[in-house]
Design a protein around this ligand. Sequence first.
Ligand code: ADP
Length: 263
Amino acid sequence: MTNSRPSSPRTAPVAVEVRAAEKVFANGVRALDPIDLVVREGEFATIIGPSGCGKSTLLRLIAGLTQPTGGSARLSPEAQSAGFAFVFQSPTLMPWTNVATNVRLPLDLAGIARTAAKRKVQHALELVGLQNFAHLYPRELSGGMQMRASIARALVTGTRLLLMDEPFGALDEITRNRLDRDLSELCAREKLTVLFVTHSIYEAVCLSSRVLVMSARPGRILMEVVIDEPQPRREAFRTTEKFARLSTGLSGMLATAMHGAPA
Ligand code: ADP
């Protein structure tokens, strides 16, 4: 594994710790070879890798949605108690009710009183810029706005850790760039910890403090690249020589990962 430089201060508490976690499904598919991964609080760590290499499986192990067949994947006690949220490519909003009620869902499930819930919903909508759209129904929203609502619902309980599985993969490029920029600002301002999966090298470079490149299945982490650029990322970063150099470097690594060249 190439490890350029420490990504976030070594002193930042650990939020996610994966130790030699592997996954073989019941049908014999070996999705993950043993993986070691530590994500520290405040980091924006991104996983890229070929389709089917086990990126979603790794996120699901960390979320406890599936169990490793060897090793361990766990959240720190602090991350566990503050809670985490999963954001998927599909916004999974309830079509029969409005944005506010959709965002309120986790609070309703937790039995939070209506007045407190209303305040939290308002705050979450402000975080994603949807404060004036609370009364709209999902069908009245663009794809980007639906995704914003999905992120607001993820944050409404005050969670500090987001596991995001290709959240913007279905959006057009302009909307995706806009959401990337806003997510970068949101995460820096709120000091969120993010583990993000994407197919887009540009998105990875734009958003991340660290990018992990996975091999073809069975997935393992081949390389790690630190993106040493202040957060939130300025729009102008995309047009810099540094951005081009990092993107080209990651493209090469991804090609190596896809063609199974020796690590
Ligand atoms: P990625 O997110 O990188 O595209 P996944 O983690 O979704 O990859 O899947 C990794 C591999 O494990 C794929 O070959 C997929 O078909 C297989 N897989 C995923 N879930 C299951 C399952 N429940 N049972 C058997 N195989 C699975």
